[in-house]
Design a protein around this ligand. Structure first.
Ligand SMILES: CC(C)(COP(=O)(O)OP(=O)(O)OC[C@H]1O[C@@H](n2cnc3c(N)ncnc32)[C@H](O)[C@@H]1OP(=O)(O)O)[C@@H](O)C(=O)NCCC(=O)NCCS
Length: 164
């Protein structure tokens, strides 16, 4: 997998209430293609604002990659309702001009560490079949991948460290 390269000025961290403005700006700055790939459809600004309101009320765990004072990469880990408590869905987005530097790989790795700490066993990652980057990421992580109606669902069973 990609190592985080050109790391100067990029800071990864778990986000909290003070980051909501930056989270909104990040999602609203996504270009057409990134919006389509992230949400499965061309989400307009109003729908993104609604989504942010929903996200803010949820118990999602967020990891951000900050550069130049703004979030350039975001990983969202959302517990799945109606599933065993230990299942979550992971979605990621990196601004186009920051892609292919390892940011996606790094924020996913951080989100999976947080998932383990919260006792989550299964993490699902969805994308369209044409999303080669995301498919590569899912494959590199060892996700079990299924395809239905052009949508890829990669399921990752998290390994936990065992006591010596
Ligand atoms: C998917 C996404 C998060 C990846 O972020 P990123 O920062 O570019 O990821 P990385 O730099 O860590 O690279 C990830 C992999 O994609 C590969 N990749 C990079 N550019 C690529 C390209 N043009 N075509 C195919 N694969 C490519 C990298 O080589 C890497 O694979 P490797 O580790 O096996 O070499 C980013 O492209 C994105 O935000 N896309 C729009 C939203 C989206 O698709 N989200 C996923 C569904 S929720």
């Amino acid at each position: 997998m990609h190592q985080l390269s050109d790391t100067a000025g990029i800071v990864l961290r778990t986000l909290d209430g003070s980051d909501w403005g930056a989270v909104r700006r990040h999602l609203l700055r996504l270009a057409t293609r990134e919006r389509q790939e992230r949400f499965g459809h061309l989400a307009g600004d109003d729908s993104l604002r609604d989504y942010c309101d929903h996200l803010e009320r949820s118990d999602a765990v967020l990891v951000g990659a900050y550069a130049d004072g703004e979030i350039r990469g975001l990983a969202e880990l959302v517990l799945l309702d109606g599933q065993p408590a230990a299942a979550a869905e992971l979605a990621v987005s990196v601004h186009r001009s920051y892609q292919s530097r390892g940011i996606g790989t790094a924020i996913i790795a951080r989100a999976l560490t947080l998932a383990r700490e919260r006792g989550i066993h299964l993490v699902s990652m969805k994308c369209r079949w044409g999303n080669r980057r995301m498919r590569r990421l899912a494959k590199a992580l060892g996700a079990r991948v299924s395809v239905r109606d052009g949508e890829v669902d990669g399921v990752l069973r998290l390994q936990w460290p065992t006591a010596p």
